[in-house]
Ligand binder design. Structure first.
Ligand code: FEO
Length: 392
């Protein structure tokens, strides 16, 4: 695609990756993604903000064909989907300086072997003049690595935010015109990589709150001409209350756990609690992560295998633990044949979750009447606790 003009002398460059389905060999990309770079032609200096994944470097170099001189390449984030093509850009513009946070400087040297002489670290709040335009750099760690920063183009009130406020969507829309679609993708993105760092991200939000922002230009997904849409969404994901919602990741081998899940979900609904259930044999972990943003309670469903929880459930519990959602309660339901340490093993896997653990329900073999009664009681207990904590 050719460069697309945002404003006079400001262009969105980069690539739309329609076909990528996995990021970091971990995160599902059902809608592909984009790697946005931005070209700013000041009256004295020309700057490129971010680059593209190296797989797409030829497209970026073609977009730069009519750019005779590049003074700066800004690396807002050292991860390779944004910085991986910097060495190629430097090959074409050997005198260009790479601006980054001080922490990113070392990472760019380690990850991409960018020579130290090309790197110019900038402090938090530092500005550079492009002549008639001014770029200010604001350190915003953990969106999504510790070295990340954003850049604010003062005269045009554009915030270049890289992963922060991004969404994995392949689209020809330059702007987030379909806000419902972008909301979903941005929430998924927040859940997958930023939720664990929400206390730091809250501080980043406070840091940018004083800026007069007319446009947010992330390095994934469409640009926001209505910044309040995505800023308010992030405020809710970070600080909004947990909801009257049970998220139930589970797996079943011989249908005992599945019977319990079906009965339990029905009991929760009868008690006025919403549920999102995820069969870990088939689920998209991005959808599970997204549901965890709002969950008031997590209930893990598992059979017992090799004396412990099913390995897929171990993966789900590990994921919940590292994502650190704001859930307040947790329980376990499931089944066993003759014994095992399912509850102990799972309970030991969630030290990051600040939850009250509610008495688990484990059935020996096929669930009995007593087990169904216990599930009913568990549903009632969760509903009562949600009410007591004002979860809506
Ligand atoms: Fe889009 Fe953290 O890289």
């Amino acid at each position: 695609m050719k460069p697309r003009k945002i404003k006079e002398k400001i262009y969105r460059m980069g690539s739309v990756d329609w076909d990528r389905r996995l990021f970091d060999a971990l995160i599902p990309l059902p809608d592909g993604t984009s790697y946005n770079a931005f070209l700013i032609e000041g009256s004295e200096k020309t700057v490129l903000i971010d680059t593209v994944d190296p797989l797409m470097v030829d497209e970026l170099l073609a977009q730069l064909e009519n750019v005779p001189k590049l003074d700066y390449v800004v690396s807002l984030h050292a991860e390779q989907d944004h910085s991986g093509s910097i060495p190629h850009v430097l090959s074409r513009y050997p005198d260009a300086k790479v601006i980054s946070s001080p922490k990113a400087k070392g990472m760019l040297m380690d990850l991409l072997r960018i020579p130290e002489k090309s790197l110019v670290p900038v402090e938090d709040g530092e500005t550079i003049s492009l002549g008639d335009k001014t770029l200010q750099f604001i350190h915003t760690p953990w969106v999504h690595w510790p070295e990340t920063m954003v850049a604010y183009l003062k005269e045009d009130k554009i915030l270049f935010s890289c992963d922060f406020f991004g969404s994995h969507i392949a689209t020809t829309d330059l702007y987030a015109t379909d806000e419902a679609r972008v909301y979903e993708a941005a929430k998924r993105y927040y859940a997958e990589i930023m939720m664990p760092f929400r206390s730091v991200i809250r501080k980043n939000m406070e840091k940018i709150a004083s800026l007069d922002i007319a446009t947010i230009a992330p390095s994934h997904g469409p640009i926001y001409a209505r910044p309040s849409f995505i800023i308010d969404a992030h405020k809710d994901w970070i600080d909004g209350p947990a909801k009257n919602l049970v998220v139930l990741p589970y797996i079943s081998m011989h249908n005992s756990t599945r019977q319990m899940v079906d009965f339990f979900v029905s009991s929760l609904v009868e008690n006025g609690v919403s549920v999102e259930q995820f069969d870990l044999a088939v689920t998209d972990i991005g959808k599970l992560a997204m549901a965890l943003v709002d969950a008031g309670t997590i209930v893990i469903g598992t059979p017992t295998v090799l004396a412990g929880p099913h390995p897929n459930v171990v993966y789900g519990a590990y994921l919940a633990n590292v994502l650190r959602p704001k859930a307040k309660f947790l329980s376990i339901i499931g089944s066993y044949g003759w014994g095992g340490k399912t509850v102990e093993i799972l309970a030991g896997m969630i030290p990051n979750l600040k939850v009250e653990v509610i008495e688990p329900v484990l059935a020996k073999g096929v669930p009995s009447e007593a087990d169904f009664k216990a599930l009913e009681k568990l549903a009632e207990t969760i509903a009562r606790k949600h009410r007591e904590h004002g979860l809506k």
